[in-house]
Design a protein around this ligand. Structure first.
Ligand code: GLY
Ligand code: MN
Ligand code: MN
Length: 444
């Protein structure tokens, strides 16, 4: 990505700020145990505004009298440290990458930040992330206030939420972001098809999980965007099942919710297919209901429409379906009014998608109304029906079935584009995909 893109995004932040200073921290390493750490994952807002992938970095943006300045605090190059832990960008390259006005050694943050803070009325910080920097900036502001009480150059007296500004900008994706997500979808598509081809009774969920991971890592993508859910049979009824270690049984369904990522941009796809490659009649009946609800919701994906409208359309179709299946009694209207479908469809219809799998974009517009879809908005549509084993209120022939179908939808000027339309979804397509030879997906 061009450094001008990061600068252009920061310009938009400046345009939404009133005179003030914005401070945004990078992610930090997180300890796994003793002296081992989890793989580093940059903070999405920081990545969005800087393009920088390093820990121990802080972005500072100042605006006064119409003059905008950007500073980056980051680790200096250090041959000894880099021998142990890998290359660092260093000050010069960081400044260049993000087109900042000046770069400082992160070790000098506490020395430099006081004079950057002085003379600004507003302090923009993320309210929920990097509370340590939030607390530090407030403490230093407090100390400055006590020292400089009689001066005209005072520290900020108002704190505003920088997170809300950046998350609003991230709501619509630009052409580059859309292209990145389309590229990430190539590995996601391949992995889902490979899983359908590879699966047979007697294999273990973990073998399929490993195959998916292999395809995610091997191609142009960069691993998984979240913990993949690889759930055979009744495990699909545990919504966040990630153990992924049970044997797959003949006659069961298999729910896989797995998405690759590229340059931090996520895909998030679910497919459900039969372990032995052929749906039973009852599995097909449930599958067709979920599929119809999903297609109905996607057909409402237009600029100006809202996520709750799509959710309502899903609830209508699922409720009718649940009555047809004998899982609910009474009319559609009375069941919708009581929300009885929630026992079988306990989650929402979707979420925003982008740098985060549950992308940090607003759901409400600030006037109490849901956000309207605009060209460039990307979200998931992921209805499901779940019938856990052992629940005596559920007809026995449905028990053990858990089905979700999830696609990623881009809103366009004219309507929408289904970014995952190439991944088998119709009953016939899925059964055909299960017949394929998985070796062809390995490309060894
Ligand atoms: N894979 C997480 C979700 O579907 O929301
Ligand atoms: Mn999702
Ligand atoms: Mn998902």
């Amino acid at each position: 990505m061009q450094n001008t893109d990061f600068k252009a995004r920061r310009e938009k932040v400046f345009n939404m700020m009133e005179d003030g200073i914005a401070i945004l921290g990078s992610a930090k390493f997180v300890t796994r145990s003793n002296d081992t750490e989890y793989p580093f994952r940059q903070n999405s807002n920081f990545k969005y505004l800087t393009g920088i992938n390093e820990p121990d970095s802080i972005l500072v943006m100042t605006q006064k009298g119409g003059e905008n300045k950007t500073y980056i605090f980051i680790r200096k190059n250090d041959a000894f440290e880099e021998m142990w832990a890998g290359k660092r960008l260093g000050l010069e390259k960081a400044q260049d990458l993000m087109d900042a006005d000046q770069a400082f050694d992160i070790k000098d943050f506490e020395k430099e930040i006081p004079h950057l803070l002085l003379g600004h009325r507003n302090l923009y910080m993320h309210f929920h992330e990097r509370r340590d920097i939030f607390d530090l900036a407030q403490r230093i502001s407090g100390d400055l206030f006590n020292k400089k009480r009689k001066s005209t150059e005072l520290p900020p007296s108002e704190i505003k939420n920088l997170g809300a500004i950046v998350e609003r900008l991230r709501y619509t994706k630009d052409a580059n972001e859309i292209l990145t997500m389309k590229k990430a979808m190539i590995a996601t598509d391949k992995a889902h098809r490979a899983a359908m081809a590879f699966t047979r009774p007697g294999r273990n969920e973990k073998e399929v999980a490993a195959l998916i991971q292999f395809i995610f890592e091997k191609g142009d993508s960069q691993g998984n965007a979240y913990d993949n859910i690889v759930a055979g049979g009744n495990n699909a009824n545990i919504l966040h099942y990630i153990e992924n270690n049970q044997e797959l049984k003949d006659g069961d369904l298999f729910l896989i919710d797995a998405g690759s990522q590229l340059n931090y941009y996520a895909t998030d796809i679910t497919r459900t297919f039969p372990v032995n490659g052929k749906f039973t009649d009852v599995q097909k009946d449930v599958y067709e209901i979920v599929l119809e609800s999903q297609k109905t919701a996607i057909s409402h994906a237009w600029p100006g429409r809202t996520a709750p409208e799509l959710h309502q359309s899903v609830c209508n179709v699922l409720t009718q379906g649940l009555i047809d299946l004998g899982a609910l009694k009474g009319s559609v209207e009375e069941n919708l009014e009581k929300g009885t479908f929630r026992k079988f469809f306990p989650h929402g219809t979707g979420h925003w998608l982008g740098l985060d799998v549950h992308d940090q974009n607003p759901y409400m517009d600030g006037t109490g109304n849901p956000m309207k879809f605009e060209p460039g908005v990307i979200f998931t549509v992921e209805p499901g029906l779940y019938f856990p084993k052992g629940d005596g209120e559920i007809p026995s022939h449905l028990q053990g079935i858990g089905i979700r179908i999830e696609d990623n939808i881009l809103i366009t000027d004219k309507g929408h584009e289904n970014l995952s339309s190439m991944i088998p979804k119709e009953v016939k397509e899925v059964e055909e995909a299960c017949e394929k030879d998985y070796i062809t997906f390995l490309d060894l």
